[in-house]
Structures are given as C-alpha cells and as structure tokens.
Ligand binder design. Structure first.
Ligand code: 5RP
Length: 222
C-alpha cells in the first residue's frame, strides 16, 4: 500500500515525464508551491540545462529551484509561461480547484492566468464531488480583515484567521469553513468582489487543463 508521500511522488513523476517530452531550449516553466510541487522541483534538477527559465509562485519555491541551480525569473520579464505545474488542496471532475493551503494562492493564480497550460498534480484523496470540504483560503489586506470576515459570514462561511501567517505579499489569510461550493464560478466572483480581498483559493474561472491524480493503481489523467 502506497502512502500519501509516495502518491505525491508518483504524481510529480508523471508531470515530470509530461514536461520532459515537451521541453525545448526556450521553454518557460511555471512552478507551484507545496509538498507535491516540491517533489516536482526536486526531479527537475537533471534537466536544468534544457529549461529556458522558470517563474515561481512563491519565494519558497524560488529558493528551492535556485538551490538546484535552476534559473528563476520575474514573471514580468518573460513573454509567457508554457507549462505551469502545481498541486491543489481539492479538485473536482471539472478540474476546478481549491488552492492556497500553503498561502501562495494569489501568485499561483497569477501564474496560472498567464500559463498556456496548467498541469495540476495531486494524490487521489484530493478529488471530491463538490468543492468545499477543505477550508477555502482567502488572501486579505490586513486592515480589511474584520470587514472581509463579516462579508464571508454573509456568504454562508465561517472564516478563521490563520494565526502567524503573512503571505509573500504581506497580507493575511482567512480560511473559510463550511462553504459548500456547488457553484464555484459564482462563489469565486462573489468573494473577489469583497473590498479588501486580494484573491481567493477557488480556481474555477481558470481551472487546470490537466489533472494528474496518483492512486494505488497508478496515475490517471482527468
Ligand atoms: C499552496 C497550494 C498547494 O498547491 C496546496 O496547498 C497543495 O499542497 P500539497 O502539495 O502540500 O498538498 O495551493 O498555496
């Protein structure tokens, strides 16, 4: 029986094979954040000579890439991102996601928006019928914390301040419990409309293009 760590490695290895087949000298890779993305980063080292450049969705991932000798560029100096590889906290069959467990959701959303292709990697425990079991991370400007929390309660959620966490952008995270996301597109927009919200962790307007799910019998693609 494979444990979750092995399944994350399997998903990362499948993404690595996918990327390896498509690499050419100018390929710009977007690199996500979290333990599954870290497994992918660690596999990339032997390919560093063939990677044009990377952009990272967090300072932590940029640091890990550089430690492997892989160049990391600012998103503003590249013409585009060819393939973005990242994990997720939850996914549904439509490849819509909840992300942000690692507090990197805003930069992840930006890289996903720019990417021509978004490959999401996860173990199969992340697949759900309806998004919302995982508390939804919302990045908030610090002075708006109470205002945004009240508005999230009006939307039916139960926001909890993530103590001691500041994002790479200097903001705070509210984790919203008890929101069942039967209509992820509408909820993503509604939360974005709250003044003081920087971004929320629903990836429905920009879902993954490929979802590689690792299970006991191998990796399947949705
Ligand atoms: C970070 C994220 C991660 O992709 C998400 O939390 C999944 O992490 P892990 O691969 O460690 O389970 O959105 O902000």
């Amino acid at each position: 029986m494979k444990d979750q760590e092995q399944l994350k490695r399997d998903a990362a290895a499948a993404a690595f094979e996918y990327v390896r087949r498509r690499l050419d000298d100018g390929t710009v890779l977007g690199i996500g954040t979290g333990s599954t993305a870290n497994r992918f980063i660690d596999l990339l080292a032997p390919l560093r000579a063939r990677i044009g450049a990377t952009v990272a969705s967090s300072d932590a991932s940029a640091q890990r890439l550089r430690a492997h000798g892989i160049p990391v560029l600012d998103l503003n100096v590249v013409d585009g991102v060819d393939i973005y590889v990242d994990g997720a906290d939850e996914a549904n069959e439509a490849r819509q996601l909840i992300k942000g467990g690692g507090a990197a959701l805003t930069r992840e959303k930006i890289v996903a928006a720019v990417a021509r292709e978004f490959v999401c990697i996860a173990d199969e425990s992340k697949l759900v019928r309806v998004l919302g079991r995982f508390p939804l991370p919302v990045e908030v400007i610090p002075m708006a914390r109470s205002h945004v929390a009240r508005k999230l309660v009006e939307l039916g959620g139960n926001p909890v301040y993530r103590q001691g966490v500041l994002t790479d952008n200097g903001n705070i995270i509210l984790d919203v419990h008890d929101l069942m996301l039967a209509e992820p597109l509408a909820m993503e927009s509604a939360i974005n409309d709250i003044v003081g919200v920087v971004a929320n962790g629903i990836f429905a307007h920009r879902p993954a293009d490929r979802l590689l799910l690792a299970g006991q019998n191998g990796v399947r693609e949705l």
